[in-house]
Write a protein that binds this ligand. Structure first.
Ligand SMILES: [Zn+2]
Ligand SMILES: [Zn+2]
Length: 356
């Protein structure tokens, strides 16, 4: 739809806006106005992130236009973009990261991109689940990737979640011969399953209770899945690893029970990776004396940086990961609320995509 106002044309576009948890509305808003160092993309696919269904997390940001995992087509290019991204033109197919670092500060020098103030302040406008997205200069300069011809937009929309797992698996520092246990087989757990061996795991053992998710993990490369609603995970892991237990445990769910359970499965010298944040009100009670003498490392892995998004794209190009095997549902923007409920329900769905 277009409306005229004075001499310039203002266009309206649909966006999915969240007002409070469960209250998502599709609204017509103005297409953002292009600056000379920015581009406008027409969104093609935008994934729904499992992080966006944590009530305490989204409500502190509400109201907001949902979505931060987009891929799209460049439809307008600012006049000075060629000074720093001559490779991006009208018609380019791109993945855009919603945060981009400065690449100059002390955090960036250590590759701690997620703590860079520029990374934190940067964003795509108005958000991923929107018909058009304005890509600001910093995002365009430091974390926008051209999609090679063989990579679909849908694959492109999987780059950010895959990049978060790339970071997690690199931080886990998996050694040859390691048993890697993955707790929780939602979309992020499944991506860990697909990539754990590439990053060095010898055996991948998962823990979940949803039959659909258990079967999917076995289909995409897990060596074993323990259904914790029927079996004692500690006992079964002990049996299948002949007492070695796990050298790395990656905890995907954002709940204390899952986090605590990791310490029953870890072997001396091992690392526990927390992939999701707990509720700010939650505290873990840990046997720190025992953890010390067992040399257990606790590692957090939050989001990802431009090195990880590049690596994620390479993994897709090389066929190490096949994102389409993890996409279970596709909706138009009008059904965003339905798409969100599916992700919240956390049963027979993995990646849920919005297409345009
Ligand atoms: Zn995400
Ligand atoms: Zn920085």
């Amino acid at each position: 739809m277009t409306i005229s106002e004075g001499s310039s044309i203002y266009r309206l576009m649909k966006s999915a806006k969240l007002y409070s948890f469960g209250d998502i509305r599709i609204e017509d808003i103005l297409v953002p106005k292009l600056g000379e160092k920015e581009v406008l993309i027409q969104t093609k696919f935008s994934g729904i992130c499992s992080g966006d269904v944590m009530p305490w997390y989204v409500e502190k940001k509400a109201p907001l236009v949902l979505g931060h995992e987009p891929a799209g087509l460049v439809v307008q290019v600012g006049s000075r973009v060629k000074e720093f991204r001559p490779d991006i033109q009208e018609g380019s197919r791109v993945f855009v990261h919603h945060h981009a670092p400065c690449l100059n500060c002390n955090f960036c020098n250590r590759r701690d991109y997620v703590h860079c103030q520029t990374w934190k302040d940067s964003k795509i406008i108005p958000g991923g689940i929107s018909e058009y997205i304005l890509v600001p200069e910093i995002n365009l300069k430091n974390d926008t990737l051209l999609l090679p011809q063989q990579i679909s937009y849908e694959d492109g929309a999987m780059i950010e979640p895959i990049a978060c797992v790339v970071k997690s698996l690199k931080r886990a520092n998996i050694q040859k011969g390691d048993n890697v246990v993955i707790i929780g087989l939602g979309i992020m757990g499944q991506i860990h399953v697909m990539l754990a061996k590439y990053y060095g795991a010898s055996r991948v053992i998962c823990i979940d209770k949803i039959p659909f998710r258990i079967n999917k993990a076995l289909e995409i490369g897990a060596d074993a899945v323990i259904d914790y609603s029927k079996l004692d995970a500690n006992k079964v892991l002990n049996e299948i690893t002949k007492g070695r237990m796990a050298q790395v445990v990656i905890v995907c769910p954002n709940n204390l029970t899952a986090m605590e359970s990791a310490f029953d499965l870890i072997s001396p010298g091992g690392s526990v990776v927390f992939f999701s944040p707990a509720d700010p009100k939650d505290y873990l009670k840990l046997p720190i004396n025992e953890l010390y003498f067992k040399d257990i490392s606790i590692i957090n892995s939050y989001s990802c940086g431009p090195n990880d998004t590049k690596e994620a794209l390479e993994l897709i190009v090389k066929g190490v990961i096949k994102p389409e095997r993890l996409i279970t549902h596709r909706f138009t923007i009008d059904d965003t609320a339905k798409a969100y409920s599916l992700v919240i329900e956390a049963k027979d769905s993995l990646k849920v995509m919005i297409y345009f």
